[in-house]
Design a protein around this ligand. Structure first.
Ligand SMILES: Cc1cc2nc3c(=O)[nH]c(=O)nc-3n(C[C@H](O)[C@H](O)[C@H](O)COP(=O)(O)OP(=O)(O)OC[C@H]3O[C@@H](n4cnc5c(N)ncnc54)[C@H](O)[C@@H]3O)c2cc1C
Length: 369
C-alpha cells in the first residue's frame, strides 16, 4: 500500500476503532464521527486536490475503502454514497459545478445518491420522478426508496425524467418539500442511514442540474453507478479480510476433540475458502481500479465484474467464517455476524447479482470473436 493510504487507513482506524458493533445495534452512526471523517475528506478520498480533496487514484481509494469495509460496513456505505455523488459531479457536472460542490463534499458535507423508487428497482427505466424547468429553476416531484446515507445527508443527488430524457439534480436535503423517512432495522449495514425520500414540488436553481438537462437516463445512471459498484466491490474485499482474520484467530485457539479446530481438515478447508474468496475479490477489484487509473475502455465491464465477483464471494466467505466461529460468531454485533448480514445486502445493491450477470452476458455477446 502507498504511504499516504497507509497513513489515512491508520487515521480511519483511530476514528472508527472497534465501535462498529455498537453502532450496528444502535442503528446509527454518531454525528461527530461522520463529521470528522467528512471534514477530513475521507468519505470521498478520490476528489482531486484541486478541489480540496485527498486526490487518491482508484487503487488507493479502493484500498482505503476496503480498510473501512473491514472495520464497519455502515461507514463504508456512507463512503460509497459520498464517492458516488462526488464521482457523478466530476463526470457529469461542468467546471463551475465541480468548483462549487466538490470542495463542500471534501470539506464536511455529506451526500446521498437517489435512483431507486417504489416502482423502479432493477428496472430504472421505470423511474417516475420528474424534473421540469420553470424559469431559472427546476421543480422535482417523486419518491425515492432505500437511499443509503440520506438520513445523514446535507445534499441529495436525485435522478429523474426530464421530458423525454433525464437529468440529475443536486437538492439540499432541507429544501422545502423534501421529506426523509428513516428505514427501521434493515437486515445489514444497519447504521448506514437508509431512508425513503419524498420530493413534493421541490424547487432548486436550474444551475443545480448536473451538466445539462435532457441526457439519456442509461448514460446518467451508468456514469453514477460505476462509482458505487467499484466502492461496494472494494468494501466486500474488506468484509472478507475481516472474516479471514476472525476465522483464523478462532481456528487457532478454539479446541475441540483435544486439538485446535484448525487441525480438523473440514475446518481448515473453510479457512482456505475464505482466503480464496478474498484473493479472487481483491484481484478483480485491482484490475477494475487499474482500468480506471489508466482510462481503459474496459472500465465499465471490469467494474461490474468486480462488483459481482466480490459480492458473491463476500457472501460465501462470510458464511464460511460464521461456520468456523459457530456459536462464538452468532451474537448480534459480532464482526462475523455483521459481515454475514452486511455481505448479503451487497448482492442486492448497485445492480443485483442477477442484473450484473445480465450485463456481463450482454458484454460476452457484444464481443467480437
Ligand atoms: C441496503 C440497501 C441500500 C440501498 N441503497 C440505495 C441507494 O443508496 N440509492 C438508491 O437509489 N437505491 C438504493 N437501494 C435500492 C437498490 O438499488 C434496489 O433494492 C435494487 O436495485 C433492487 O431493486 P428492488 O429491491 O426493487 O428489487 P427488484 O427490482 O424488485 O428485484 C427483485 C428480484 O428480481 C430480480 N430481477 C429483477 N429483474 C430481473 C431480470 N430482468 N432478470 C433477472 N432477475 C431480475 C432481482 O435481481 C431481485 O433478485 C438500496 C437497497 C438496499 C437493500
Amino acid at each position: 500500500m502507498a504511504d499516504d493510504v497507509t497513513g489515512l487507513s491508520a487515521r480511519l482506524g483511530e476514528v472508527i476503532g472497534d465501535r462498529a458493533g455498537e453502532w450496528d445495534r444502535e442503528g446509527r452512526l454518531p454525528d461527530e464521527v461522520l463529521r470528522e471523517l467528512a471534514s477530513a475528506g475521507l468519505l470521498c478520498p478520490q476528489v482531486p486536490s484541486a478541489y480540496g480533496g485527498l486526490g487518491l487514484d482508484s487503487r488507493g481509494g479502493g484500498e482505503l475503502t476496503a480498510h473501512v469495509g473491514s472495520l464497519c460496513s455502515s461507514v463504508r456505505s456512507v463512503m460509497t454514497s459520498q464517492q458516488m455523488v462526488a464521482g457523478s459531479i466530476e463526470r457529469l457536472g461542468d467546471e463551475a459545478q465541480r468548483a462549487a460542490y466538490l470542495p463542500r463534499l471534501a470539506g464536511g458535507e455529506i451526500a446521498a445518491a437517489a435512483f431507486s423508487e417504489p416502482g423502479a428497482g432493477s428496472d430504472l427505466s421505470a423511474m417516475a420522478t420528474t424534473i421540469r424547468a420553470d424559469g431559472d429553476t427546476v421543480v422535482v416531484d417523486g419518491r425515492k426508496s432505500w437511499i443509503t446515507t440520506s438520513a445523514y445527508a446535507d445534499l441529495l443527488l436525485v435522478f429523474g425524467r426530464f421530458g423525454d430524457a433525464a437529468a440529475a439534480v443536486m437538492v439540499p436535503a432541507d429544501a422545502p418539500g423534501v421529506t426523509v423517512e428513516r428505514i427501521g432495522e434493515p437486515l445489514g449495514c444497519r447504521a448506514a442511514g437508509h431512508a425513503d425520500i419524498t420530493l413534493d414540488g421541490v424547487r432548486v436553481p436550474a444551475g443545480a442540474v448536473l451538466g445539462r438537462t435532457g441526457l439519456p437516463l442509461p448514460f446518467l445512471v451508468t456514469a453514477a453507478l460505476a462509482h458505487g459498484r467499484l466502492s461496494v466491490a472494494w468494501g466486500c474485499v474488506g468484509i472478507l479480510r475481516a472474516c479471514l482474520a476472525e476465522a483464523r484467530a478462532h481456528a487457532r485457539t478454539r479446541e475441540q476433540f483435544g486439538v485446535p479446530i484448525a487441525r480438523h481438515q473440514l475446518v481448515a478447508r473453510h479457512l482456505a475458502e475464505i482466503y480464496t474468496a478474498e484473493q479472487i475479490a481483491a484481484r478483480a477489484c485491482e484490475h477494475a481500479s487499474h482500468c480506471w487509473d489508466t482510462g481503459s475502455p474496459d472500465m465499465v465491464t471490469a467494474t461490474v465484474l468486480a462488483k459481482h465477483v466480490s459480492a458473491t464471494h463476500a457472501v460465501s466467505g462470510a458464511g464460511a467464517a460464521l461456520q468456523v466461529l459457530a456459536s462464538a460468531g452468532a451474537r448480534d454485533g459480532h464482526t462475523v455476524a455483521r459481515a454475514h448480514r452486511d455481505a448479503r445486502l451487497m448482492e442486492i445493491i448497485e445492480g443485483s447479482s442477477e442484473m450484473c450477470t445480465l450485463i456481463l452476458a450482454d458484454h460476452v455477446l457484444a464481443t467480437a470473436d
